[in-house]
Design a protein around this ligand. Structure first.
Ligand code: ATP
Length: 265
């Protein structure tokens, strides 16, 4: 269980980007964090992944616990070794390396050759298109395939928690749905997911629990299905001028109660 407890983060000693944020990601959960630009979503991911320092940010109050252990001040390498791996926004893959070389880079911390081979086979099972293009250079893949490669690379170390930063950004609606299905598959295979998204429709359709952030605060939270059905989220994030085409599928998922019954935290 990943627990964020009253977390406040400040950049350059002046900008308070998070203000007492509390949330949990259960070991068997997919948690969506929604919010508009500047809400603090990326800051939350940076705090968890130990990369705040790179941006001159620091935790000024609260703490982050993973399986009961305080990891608030752990550095990025220590966080990865504990099993928390982030897929950064903008699918930063190695464009000049092949698909397979990119995946191998994701397993740099895995000592056992057998484990690396197993992880590679699992990734190819999950993303057949990556197996098909294993010798192709990353730069030659489509945007959706690059996103799959970025996720696949993160999965190579068999993380316990996968942090996804806006995986749908810049992708066509059909590819966004595909990414959504892959996130569900990853969850089914036993990895917890924290999904930061501006695409609320996709996020709520795959999440078990969701949090809405505004100006560094959690303004709304609950089972994803309940949030998807709430007037507030529907008008703010699923409004008629955005994602209208995805609403029926989302609402069908919400009405089935699937997410409600699976949330166990
Ligand atoms: P976006 O989707 O636009 O990235 P976000 O929800 O991820 O938005 P953050 O990037 O976490 O939001 O930003 C939260 C607040 O912190 C904003 O006010 C932003 O201007 C500020 N901020 C983010 N990064 C820095 C930084 N490196 N230095 C100073 N302020 C920052």
């Amino acid at each position: 269980m990943l627990e964020i407890d009253g977390l406040t983060v400040t950049y350059a000693s002046t900008v308070e980007a998070l203000r007492g944020v509390t949330l949990k990601v259960a070991n068997d959960g997919v948690v969506a964090v929604l919010g508009s630009n500047g809400a603090g979503k990326s800051t939350l991911l940076r705090a968890i992944s130990g990369t705040l320092k790179l941006q001159h940010g620091r935790v000024t109050a609260g703490r982050i616990l993973f399986d009961g252990q305080d990891v608030t001040d752990a550095n990025a390498a220590a966080i990865v070794s504990k099993g928390i791996v982030q897929v950064p926004e903008g699918r930063r893959i190695f464009g000049r390396l092949s698909v397979e070389e990119n995946l191998k880079a994701g397993a740099a911390t895995v000592r056992s050759r057998a484990e690396r081979a197993k992880a590679m086979a699992n990734v190819y099972d999950l993303f057949p298109v990556l197996a098909e293009f294993k010798t192709k250079r990353g730069v030659l893949l489509s945007g959706g395939q690059q996103q799959m490669l970025a996720i696949g690379r993160a999965l190579m170390s068999s993380p316990k928690v996968l942090l996804l930063d806006e995986p749908s950004l810049g992708l066509a609606p059909m590819v966004v749905s595909q990414i959504g299905r892959i996130i569900s598959d990853i969850h089914e295979l036993g990895t917890a997911v924290m999904l930061v998204e501006q695409n609320a429709a996709m996020a709520l359709s795959v999440a078990t629990h969701a949090f809405v952030m505004e100006l560094g605060l959690i303004s709304l939270q609950g089972p994803a299905a309940e949030l998807a059905a709430s007037d507030e989220v529907r008008s703010l994030y699923l409004g008629s001028d955005s994602k209208e085409d995805r609403r029926p599928a989302l609402m069908a998922a919400a009405e089935s109660g699937r997410h409600l019954s699976r949330w166990s935290a």
